[in-house]
Design a protein. Structure first.
Length: 323
């Protein structure tokens, strides 16, 4: 089942900010800082909500705190990717695309728990879970047919109205190390098509550049998924070809747009923000996933960092609309 993309401007549903990439509170729990940061991010122009991680629970430190403090009216995208990577490190057969029966069953059990937490967030907070991301682990023993079986089952769970999307991550490349090493994009799209499930595709610019190592090739990939009719969202996040202040080369470290932090070495420059927006067409959702600067300490610091990256996105959207 092709996900119909209605006519309209790019990102018509709004922009989602990845709170866990920006917030220091996820590595060092600081409820006062996070309590200030979450509403500040939601108040930025064009932002309608947050991408938040699911690590086997709705918050890595305090579920009850999050239910009380998630901004009312925020639209949420839940990503279990940090949890999936943790599980894969412990069990290389784990994942919804695993050809290993036990590894796939374990991942499906976790998806049922995730669905239950979506229902809890819907019922016990003032936020709306708009999207839930799926990831086609494992990096070894992954199989398109296994993914199809999983999608049939996952689509039947009660997601409280949330849209399911497969977030594409880099796949295994024969000539270089990989970061995630999940299924190829073509296999993910084929699984959605073959199962006729109402599941979309989500691309992350940074994860695509890690896979392709060519910024123009990322633009072509975005265009191809948009042309397929499955593109539901596009996240702007960078990566670097050399070691730098955010970490090692080709690490999925959520680098900023280059003009927002020239020392980052990010391959995501203004021009490729613009071409990505153009290639995405009338994609419903946009995301911004950038790490805080190494010098950021306060919620105000982090908010300024995110705002500077959003400014590039808005300038390039405006330039595209005038073209």
């Amino acid at each position: 089942m092709t996900i119909a993309v209605q006519a309209g401007s790019v990102g018509r549903e709004g922009i989602l900010i990845s709170s866990y990439a920006a917030s220091p509170a996820h590595s060092s729990w600081d409820p006062e800082l996070e309590g200030e940061l979450l509403p500040a991010l939601c108040s930025l122009p064009g932002v309608v909500g947050l991408e938040v991680p699911w690590l086997g629970r709705v918050h890595p430190h305090d579920d009850a705190w999050f239910l009380r403090n998630v901004p009312a009216g925020a639209r949420l995208a839940l990503t279990p990717l940090p949890y999936v990577m943790r599980r894969c490190a412990a069990d290389p057969q784990y994942g919804i695309a695993s050809r290993n029966a036990a590894g796939r069953a374990s991942a499906l059990e976790d998806m049922q728990r995730l669905a239950a937490d979506v229902r809890m967030l819907t019922e016990q907070s003032g936020a709306e879970v708009a999207l839930v991301a799926l990831h086609t682990a494992p990096s070894a023993a992954a199989d398109g047919a296994a993914l199809q079986d999983s999608l049939h089952e996952i689509a039947g769970y009660d997601w409280s109205g949330a849209q399911l999307v497969i977030e594409h991550c880099d796949t295994i490349m024969p000539d270089r190390p990989f970061e995630k090493g999940f299924l190829p994009l073509a296999d993910e799209i084929e699984a959605i098509s073959a199962t006729n499930t109402p599941i979309g595709m989500w691309l992350n610019w940074g994860r695509s550049i890690i896979e392709l190592r060519d910024a123009d090739a990322v633009t072509a990939q975005i265009s191809a998924v948009a042309d397929s009719g499955y593109l539901t969202g596009l996240t702007f996040s960078g990566a670097a070809a050399s070691d730098g202040p955010y970490g090692a080369a080709w690490l999925d470290a959520h680098l900023p747009v280059l003009s927002a932090d020239p020392e980052s070495g990010s391959l995501l420059d203004d021009a490729h923000v613009g071409t990505a927006i153009s290639a995405a067409g009338a994609v419903p959702w946009l995301g911004m996933k950038v790490s805080r600067r190494p010098s950021d300490r306060s919620a105000a610091d982090v908010t300024r960092t995110v705002a500077s990256n959003l400014g590039v996105l808005e300038r390039m959207r405006a330039a595209g609309s005038r073209a």
